[in-house]
Structures are given as structure tokens and as C-alpha cells.
Design a protein around this ligand. Structure first.
Ligand SMILES: CC(C)(COP(=O)(O)OP(=O)(O)OC[C@H]1O[C@@H](n2cnc3c(N)ncnc32)[C@H](O)[C@@H]1OP(=O)(O)O)[C@@H](O)C(=O)NCCC(=O)NCCS
Length: 151
């Protein structure tokens, strides 16, 4: 089940974030996202266990996938796909979604490409020295139709 994140969920979310990123968001960062108007912050729960989450920002016509992660023990089961499908659905009033991904993050880049995201930019040292990023872009109007068909 995918649902909105509540304050009580933030310890689990923050734990997954720490397991997933070298420079993780803090609990306080996530707290802000619960109430921020531009944000959609949702999690995927299975049998009462929080398995992953995403945060998107939508401003006018553009949406940004700001954060997405699945707990290490639950990766490779399709939860990333379900979360990304919901993120795209949640951004349907925008026409494009952007994100940044580390160039060596093959599982994330593979996931995004399987949804139709295209590499449209490259930022050197975006995540610190020697850690470059792709900027990726999705045309939401096309993709929402595909997502509706598949998920
Ligand atoms: C990226 C992430 C969210 C994917 O979640 P997941 O639940 O493991 O992904 P799924 O099982 O839904 O896999 C979806 C698709 O991703 C791609 N993928 C997943 N793991 C992959 C891997 N190890 N190598 C290449 N592609 C991979 C595939 O296209 C896969 O589709 P397929 O199974 O039909 O081939 C997860 O690996 C994660 O949390 N990573 C750490 C945090 C992170 O890097 N977030 C993204 C920041 S930009």
C-alpha cells in the first residue's frame, strides 16, 4: 500500500535514508516535507513495514523527484517501480519531471530509463569531488498514460 507519510513514520524513513545515501536527509528535513505545500511525500508499506518512500516537489508546470529510496533488504522486488509510478501520477498536473542521479548509480538510472526518463544534462562533481550526476527528464503527459495502463 502506498500512502502519505505521517510524523510517526519518520524514524523508519530516516533509517532507510541513512542506509541508502552517503549524504542522507535528516529527520528534520523530512519533517518539513510533511507540511510543505509544494511537496508530495509518500511511502510504500507492506504488512505494516515501511519499505520505501519518495518526495516530489511541484512548482507550476515542473516537478522534481527530490528523493526516492527502497530499504536495502526490499530492493529488486519492484517497489522502486511502484513508488516511481505513484510519484509520476502525483505530478500529473505538471508537464515535466526532472531529477538528478549519480552517473554510477546504475540501478537508479536503469529504473528511470525504464520509465522513459532521458538524460538531458551532466553536472560534474554534483555530489562532491569525482561524483558526477546526470540530469534526467520525463515528459509526464505521455508517461502518465503509460503508467495508468501498467500499474
Ligand atoms: C533505485 C532504487 C530506489 C530502486 O528500487 P528497487 O525497489 O530495487 O527497484 P525495482 O525492484 O522496482 O526495479 C526497477 C527497475 O530498476 C532497474 N534496476 C533495479 N536494480 C537494478 C540494478 N541493480 N541494475 C540495473 N538496473 C536495476 C531495472 O530497470 C528494474 O526493472 P526490471 O526489474 O524490470 O529490470 C533502490 O535501488 C534504492 O533505494 N537505491 C538507493 C537510493 C537511491 O539511489 N535512490 C535514487 C537516487 S537518484
Amino acid at each position: 500500500m502506498i500512502r502519505d507519510v505521517l510524523a510517526d513514520d519518520l524514524d523508519s524513513v530516516t533509517e532507510i535514508e541513512r542506509e541508502s545515501f552517503k549524504k542522507p536527509w535528516s529527520k528534520a528535513d523530512f519533517e518539513t516535507e510533511i507540511t510543505r505545500k509544494r511537496s508530495v511525500f509518500k511511502l510504500l508499506e507492506e504488512e505494516g513495514e515501511i519499505c520505501g518512500y519518495f518526495v516530489i516537489y511541484t512548482v507550476l508546470d515542473e516537478s522534481e523527484l527530490a528523493d526516492i529510496a527502497v530499504a536495502p533488504k526490499h530492493r529488486g522486488k519492484g517497489y522502486g517501480k511502484l513508488l516511481l509510478a505513484e510519484a509520476v501520477r502525483s505530478a500529473r498536473r505538471a508537464s515535466v519531471m526532472f531529477l538528478e542521479a549519480a552517473v554510477d548509480n546504475t540501478s537508479a538510472v536503469g529504473l528511470y530509463e525504464s520509465f522513459g526518463f532521458e538524460k538531458v544534462g551532466y553536472i560534474k562533481d554534483y555530489y562532491g569531488q569525482g561524483c558526477d550526476a546526470y540530469i534526467m527528464k520525463l515528459d509526464i503527459n505521455n508517461e502518465v498514460r503509460n503508467v495508468e495502463k501498467q500499474y
